[in-house]
Design a protein around this ligand. Structure first.
Ligand code: GLA
Length: 730
């Protein structure tokens, strides 16, 4: 609900549990007055204190009033160069060389439904599900207008926002910074939580207290990156899964980003999040506009668990565009870890046949099927079938797979080119490179200049030939290196600061074309595993390969960190062979199944090498996944313990909306000769219900399970796992 107090120029956005408020003051500065637990009917600007502080300039309108300074006031969208020395949200370079920006309140409008963003990903809704507030600001001297957009998704405590900047003058201006979100707090006693690490260990949670100065995470790799995720949290120091206020900030963007928090002199802090200012400079000619990527905020007064569940629901219902909405996604088998580049049509057919017999429904042919690709040094860019490997082409292979009753999926890496390819030989200038410098390689490959429409058109034509020649129901869109040598032959020198962003817009353009032309194809995003796991990609690819690390124990950490923002159904997760390819660890097959099942589930191993007993276990896993599908994918998700803390197990739980069903998954750590007795307290149940345990004669009340706990079975061996299914008796 959006409440307007026009007389006092107060704008209040209410969600079910939270309130967000802004106020235009006497000098038309748009103040940020409050964000937190829901409060109705108040002007919260009374919380702001004014006082004479040295070295904090006073705007000229304030006359002799030294108590008024932008440098200490909480602002909705911070300015640059006019007296607020904290993190700016916008930076303009005008034709006269000035770098200041001072946006003042002009007016507002209310709209039904969600604002639209052409060419950029964003949450969507029907007209009657959301309301939008647009606040207009103006920098009169610069002749720049700005619109701040806010859409309120009440039931999810979600507020999405973006910013549109318009050059209303007659001269060209340059936008050197344009954040999507600025969030000021009148406090610094908070923790900053980020999700970091590297390829093969993405999104590990890192938590630390705010301290003086600026702390930031970001990416200048051209992708959102394995190293840092464009999702961060600010929270009470003592916040945990169930208590404390926490603020999630998610940027729906797949390229360079920055999330920075500054704690400044008078106990205030500011979070600014948006496109990374590194090598970003967008020229706006007279009349032209720029729209920043969307940011999505959820505040939870009741800890991380509630924040995550709200993100999960909002993402599932209002961000993903999944061809399987309302239907079960097929369980897949992927040949990558089974064969790498070394396969023939017969070998693939063998894997598919084994898989079909175990109840697996989709066969995915990974890298190595095109050009003369027998290793990773050649053929990217040549998307024609390798007839030596696949005689009879895709047609012959797909008809074999279909005859087994399976669907077919394929791998592509559209953004890339190898120097050893027909594409590169014909168009060497299509790769990103700086004149006079030989470009750096990554995995032996170069990056195509996706800021160019002609390049995208050519790749898309090739893709269409592949996707239209046979029935393809799944596409794995991969991307296997960071961007370097970012320079485009099509743009003049002063516009080279646009290339990183134009590249991202180019990917979104191609993905949107795929959606339009092949709405039935399920696209799985991938970037060396989880190097581009962000809300921007999720709008186009409703699942993303979570990590190239398929070890079940490492995956506990990766999937745990990922779950703070992103729902289980978006995390590609496969059971693979042991010893694990990446770290050599041996874990039980059951554990691998239970871990991968809390994801977009599949297998990635040579099923022909499995023993009869293993095959029985796999058949059981596939059946369980199908039985528990709704619970796993639509249920409320509760983290019961953290894999980052020493404990005897990691546990999590899925609970149905009506609380009548729950599935608890527990993966034990290394075992001792005298294993500890573990009692696991559950969450989210109805205290009054009697729950039947694993369809046996054992019953526990919800109250007991939540207050006292459930006695965990004692297991033998390292890294064992159990699943406990609860069903309320009628
Ligand atoms: C990336 C992906 C893998 C696999 C290989 C193929 O590393 O993350 O899953 O597809 O590429 O080259």
């Amino acid at each position: 609900m959006i409440v307007l107090d026009q007389k006092n120029r107060i704008f209040t956005l209410h969600t079910q549990n939270t309130t967000y408020q802004m106020k235009a003051d006497q000098y038309n500065v748009l103040l940020h007055t409050y964000y937190g637990s829901r409060i109705d009917g108040f002007d919260l600007s009374a919380l702001i204190q004014y006082g004479d502080r040295s070295f904090t300039p006073n705007p000229s309108e304030a006359g002799s009033n030294r108590n008024y300074s932008l440098d200490v006031m909480p602002q909705e969208y911070s300015t640059c160069g006019v007296g607020d020395f904290r993190l700016p949200s916008i930076e303009l370079e005008l034709a006269n060389g000035s770098h200041t920006a001072d946006m003042r309140y002009e007016g507002f409008r209310l709209e039904k439904g969600k604002y639209a963003m052409e060419g950029l990903p964003g949450f969507y809704s029907n007209e009657d599900e959301t309301e939008t507030l647009v606040i207009t600001l103006k920098d009169a001297a610069a002749q720049v207008d700005m619109e701040l957009y806010y859409s309120v998704f009440e039931d999810y405590d979600l507020i999405t926002r973006t910013v549109r900047v318009v050059n209303q003058g007659t001269e060209e201006i340059r936008l050197c910074r344009c954040a999507s979100l600025c969030l000021d707090f009148l406090r610094t006693d908070m923790d900053f939580i980020t999700f970091n690490a590297c390829h093969l260990m993405e999104r590990c949670m890192d938590r630390g207290a705010l301290r003086s100065g600026i702390q930031s995470v970001g990416s200048v790799r051209g992708i959102s990156s394995h190293q840092h995720n464009p999702f961060v949290i600010l929270c009470d120091r003592g916040a945990d899964e169930d208590t404390g206020i926490c603020y999630g900030a998610m940027l729906l963007y797949s390229g360079n980003f920055e999330a920075a928090v500054e704690c400044s002199q008078y106990e205030n802090s500011r979070l600014v999040m948006g496109i990374h200012p590194y090598h970003f400079c967008w020229t706006l000619e007279a009349g032209q506009a720029f729209t920043a990527p969307e940011a999505a905020m959820i505040c939870s007064p009741d800890g991380f668990g509630q924040m995550s569940r709200q993100y999960h629901k909002a993402i599932r219902r209002h961000l993903l565009r999944d061809p399987y909405t309302g239907r079960r996604k097929p369980v897949l088998v992927n040949n990558w870890e089974a064969t790498y580049f070394d396969f023939t049509a017969d070998r693939l057919a063998d894997i598919a046949r084994e898989a079909a017999a175990l109840g697996i429904e989709l066969f995915v042919m990974d890298d190595g099927w095109f050009g003369s690709r027998n290793n990773d040094n050649c053929s990217l860019g040549d998307w024609q079938v390798n007839l030596d490997k696949l005689p009879g082409g895709l047609e012959a292979l797909v008809s074999r797979i279909k005859n087994m009753g399976m669907k077919f999926g394929i791998w592509m890496e559209p953004e890339m080119v190898n120097e050893d390819s027909d594409l590169y030989r014909a168009h060497p200038d299509w790769a990103l490179q700086v004149p006079g410098r030989a470009p750096s390689r990554g995995r032996g490959q170069l990056v195509l200049d996706f800021s160019r429409k002609d390049v995208r058109d050519h790749i898309y034509d090739q893709m269409k030939k592949v996707l239209s020649c046979v029935e393809i129901s799944y596409l794995k869109w991969d991307m296997n290196r960071s961007l370097t040598d970012v320079w485009s032959v099509t743009l003049p020198a002063r516009r080279q600061g646009e290339v990183y962003h134009r590249y991202v817009l180019g990917i979104y353009d191609l993905l949107e074309r795929l959606h339009r032309d092949y709405p039935h194809i399920l696209i799985e995003g991938c970037c060396g595993g989880g190097g581009r796991f962000d809300g921007g990609m999720l709008y186009y690819t409703p699942q993303i390969w979570c990590s190239d690390d398929t070890d079940a124990v490492d995956r506990l950490r990766i999937q745990y960190g990922t779950s703070f923002c992103y729902p289980v159904c978006t995390m590609g997760a496969h059971v693979s062979a042991v010893p694990n390819e990446q770290n050599g660890r041996v874990t039980p097959l059951k554990t691998r199944g239970i871990t991968a099942m809390s994801g977009a589930f599949g297998y990635e191993m040579d099923l022909g090498k499995c023993t009869a007993e293993e095959k029985m276990e796999i058949r059981r896993q596939v059946e369980s996944y199908k039985i528990y599908y709704d619970l796993l994918h639509d249920g409320d998700y509760y983290r019961l313990s953290s894999p980052f803390q020493d404990g005897i197990y990691t546990a999590w739980e899925h609970v149905s909306a009506n609380r009548r069903e729950a599935l608890v998954s527990v993966v034990y750590d290394r075992n001792g000769a005298a294993p500890l007795f573990g009692t696991l307290r559950l969450k989210g149940l109805d205290p009054a219900f009697q729950y039947q345990i694993n369809r046996t004669d054992s019953f526990y009340s919800g109250e007991i399970l939540m207050k006292a706990g459930y006695p965990l079975p004692q297991m033998k061996g390292d890294y064992s796992a159990v699943q406990i299914y609860l069903r309320a008796s009628e």
